[in-house]
Design a protein around this ligand. Structure first.
Ligand code: CA
Length: 448
């Protein structure tokens, strides 16, 4: 059914950075206050098995924005640090981003926050289908907006923003989002609001630290304040939508770009963290709400992916995802509404650094070729969602099948266009863990 232009919903994707699975109340957080996110999650559909397509920042964003496994175009590493000088490093302009697809549907588009899918100015948001852009090009930035090189400077549509305009980035991004809504509430808009919170560095303000003063562990206290700042911002955005009378016909998607960071985040009960292909690295807090179009208070339990957002939102906007042959995701609406009771995906795949690590989730099983563990692991996620029991030794036939599935899938991918140091860091981290474990033993046992 074609949606009439005046009825087209507004669409907001809120992406957080390195936020853990259990760092929102709707997934069980008891220490960090996230009442706004929890309320909006309840107004819609929470995904209990919502995955991103990569365990760290840049590739995950490339997948989300294009609706394709980012390995399809060789984007399975973060950019190397000199990426701002080379416009062949990053998601190429030839890839169609969701912003471009929604512009074709008449949407006004905005990217706010962290970009990190193309450092060179030729690959910045204004070149990738975003009418408006406010944020920084790189992967991380201090929260005071103090410029530190071209990747860590706040720009509005390519022009450097003055220090006087900035206070605390999370608040700055929220303020810009509200201003964008105020200016564009009469026609359909798409906003990609990519907070860099709660990614390092650990910066917070007294206002948010007051809200987490009950958390006694200092690192978690500050991290919690950073998450709370996002929540307060989302609450202000939600109030703006209500005041404008457009809340009911606005789609809000919320997710984290990858699993919680190593320090201060809480991925429990999932195993592992950002960077790993254990569930803790790729399964994220994830919901969609749309009061006019989706029933409230739902939980969807089959595995879904951030790659599904492009086709889902394009169809909501009146487009036809069937015409976008490049997409790997599925329109989730028929599955959520149970007009289709199958699982959206027969299998999901992950590739890190050109296959240095990879994973396949198919049916109950998950295969993980782990560089951390120097082993190919197999888990039955139905029986063992916490990935405690590797059953690879007794299931060689299943390993073989999933490895073949991976090879077939990978045959349609490009080699990585560039590399980053994550792969080396993975090995170092495992060595550090093993050393710490050894040192915890009685001195006589440490060298065995
Ligand atoms: Ca991240």
């Amino acid at each position: 059914m074609k949606v009439k232009k005046k009825e087209k919903p507004n669409i907001i994707i809120i992406l957080t950075d390195d936020q853990g699975w259990a760092d929102v109340g709707f997934n069980g957080a008891t220490d960090i206050p996230t009442q706004n996110l929890d309320r909006i999650a309840k107004e819609g559909v929470v995904f209990s098995k919502g995955y991103v397509s990569h365990p760290y920042c840049s590739p995950s964003r490339a997948g989300l924005l294009t609706g394709r496994y980012q390995a399809r175009f060789g984007h399975d590493c973060n950019m190397p640090y000199e990426g701002e000088n080379d416009d062949t490093i990053g998601t190429p302009l030839s890839e169609k981003m969701i912003s471009e697809a929604l512009k074709e549907q008449g949407y006004t588009t905005s990217a706010i926050g962290k970009w990190h899918v193309g450092d060179h100015p030729n690959l910045h948001p204004n070149k990738q289908g975003f009418d408006h852009w406010f944020g920084f090009p790189g992967g991380a930035m201090n929260f005071w907006g103090i410029p530190n090189g071209p990747l860590r400077t706040i720009y509005r549509n390519g022009k450097e923003v003055s220090q006087e305009e900035l206070s605390y980035l999370t608040d700055d991004f929220t303020n810009e989002a509200i201003e964008f809504i105020n200016k564009n509430d009469k026609k359909p808009f798409f906003m990609y609001l990519a907070y860099n919170a709660p990614h390092a560095p650990d910066h917070a303000t007294k206002q948010y630290l007051e809200n987490t003063k009950h958390i006694e562990y200092a690192g978690r206290n500050i991290y919690g304040a950073m998450v709370n700042a996002v929540d307060v911002g989302v609450g202000r955005i939600d109030s703006t939508l209500k005041a404008k009378g457009i809340k009911d016909n606005t789609v809000i998607v919320f997710l984290s770009d990858n699993g919680g960071r190593l320090e201060h985040a809480d991925n429990r009960p999932n195993r592992g963290h950002k960077g790993m292909l254990f569930e803790g690295g790729i399964k994220v807090p994830f919901f969609i709400s749309w009061p006019k179009g989706l029933k409230e208070n739902q939980v969807y339990n089959n595995p879904i992916s951030s790659l599904d957002l492009f086709p889902t939102l394009l169809n909501i906007a009146g487009g036809n995802s069937e015409l976008e042959n490049q997409l790997d995701g599925k329109d989730l609406i028929p599955y959520i509404n149970k007009t289709n009771t199958d699982k959206p995906h027969e299998a999901l795949f992950w590739r890190s650094s050109g296959g240095f690590e990879y994973a396949v989730r198919k049916g109950n099983y998950k295969l993980y070729k782990s560089a951390y563990k120097e082993k190919t692991l197999l888990f039955d996620l139905e029986k063992d969602p916490k990935e405690r029991y590797d059953i690879s030794d007794t299931n060689s036939n299943i390993i073989k099948e999933l490895e073949e599935d991976y090879k077939l899938w990978d045959s349609n991918n490009l080699d990585p266009g560039w590399f980053d140091p994550h792969a080396e860091n993975v090995i170092k981290e495992e060595q550090k863990l093993n050393k710490t474990k050894r040192n915890s033993l009685h001195p006589k046992l440490r060298n065995q």
